[in-house]
Design a protein around this ligand. Structure first.
Ligand code: GLV
Ligand code: GLV
Length: 315
């Protein structure tokens, strides 16, 4: 039996299936450090890790027993895939199954930020609400506005569809390569044009070195003062300090964030801002989606163990 390390307590039925097929070790001690990843790569044939585990180039530098990493999650910026490929380790991820859940969280953040739902909720809970107020907590109208999407992949497309069908929005987007979209959407010349034209900017790019600080101070400065910024991809895509500066100075109207540069650290300056809705990386967090992600990660490992090519292979 192949030795499989699962680094978090995944959905029970999937774990049970894994135990029938592999010699499973379930790690319940939280994120794996670089040293723990190196040790795991030396000790197990296959690993089912997730975000937070540090599979850096140094983790791959030692003696390796591992040949297959079936990542739980679509994003794999916590795995140095170049180092994995050089070491002959296959890496797979879990696309598609989390597209709708993640697009839903983007809309949750867009609506909650536009309609000041976080502020309102805090007001009600604290007993400070004085009743229906014709001028109280007035937000930004969403229906019919312009939605700007940065990164028109699977999740970007699903957000575009929600904006277009659900909210009659005009959709513009930025993408590295030309994209055919499922709903009418205009690919603009540059990121700057999208930032400038959109009432709502939603970042849906992958993380990693190619997109690190893609949204920098200049990009944020291009936004309308009434603009609202949403990030559901990876914190590293945004210059967090530049974003906080813009929010503090009222150069943009608000932000809805599901991801942060140094999770779980969320800067005190950001937490102090009323015009932000801050979620704890909930993009894929539905029962159904998390089970489907676990199943997909395991299915890739099973494919590898049976000598087949893992269907969601990324290296
Ligand atoms: C979650 O952020 C994922 O990458 O699946
Ligand atoms: C608002 O609650 C209204 O009745 O217009």
């Amino acid at each position: 039996m192949l030795r499989l390390l699962i680094t978090r307590p995944i959905a029970e039925p999937v774990l049970a299936q894994a135990r029938r097929l592999f010699d499973v070790t379930l790690h319940t001690g939280g994120k794996l450090s670089e040293a723990e990843c190196a040790a795991a790569l030396a000790e197990y044939d296959c690993i089912l890790p997730t975000l937070g585990d540090q599979f850096t180039a140094r983790a791959f530098a030692g003696d390796l027993r591992c040949r297959m990493i079936g990542n739980f999650g679509v994003g794999y910026n916590h795995i140095d895939t170049d180092a994995a490929a050089r070491a002959g380790v296959i890496v797979s991820n879990t696309p598609d199954v989390l597209t709708d859940a993640t697009a839903d969280i983007a809309m949750t953040l867009l609506l909650a930020t536009a309609r000041r739902a976080g502020e309102g909720e805090r007001m009600v809970r604290s007993g400070r609400w004085g009743g229906f107020d014709v001028k109280g907590l007035l937000g930004t109208h969403v229906t019919g506005k312009t939605l700007g999407i940065v990164g028109m992949g699977r999740i970007g497309q699903a957000i575009a569809a929600r904006g277009y069908h659900g909210f009659n929005m005009k959709v513009v987007f930025h993408n590295r390569s030309p994209k055919v979209t499922r709903v009418p959407a205009l690919q603009l010349e540059s990121l700057h044009h999208v930032m400038a034209e959109a009432d709502f900017v939603v970042v849906a790019t992958p993380g990693g070195t190619a997109t690190t600080k893609l949204i920098d101070a200049a990009a944020i400065a291009a936004m309308k003062p009434s603009g609202i910024f949403v990030n559901i991809s990876r914190g590293e895509v945004v210059d967090e300090t530049a974003l906080i500066d813009a929010l503090e100075q009222g150069r943009i109207a608000g932000a809805g964030l599901d991801v942060y540069e140094n999770e779980p650290h969320v800067p005190e300056r950001l937490r102090a801002l009323e015009n932000c809705v801050l979620l704890p990386h909930l993009g894929s967090a539905t029962q159904e989606t998390r089970q489907a992600m676990a199943q997909m990660a395991l299915d890739n490992i099973i494919a590898f163990s049976e000598g087949r090519d893992p269907p969601q292979r990324v290296t």
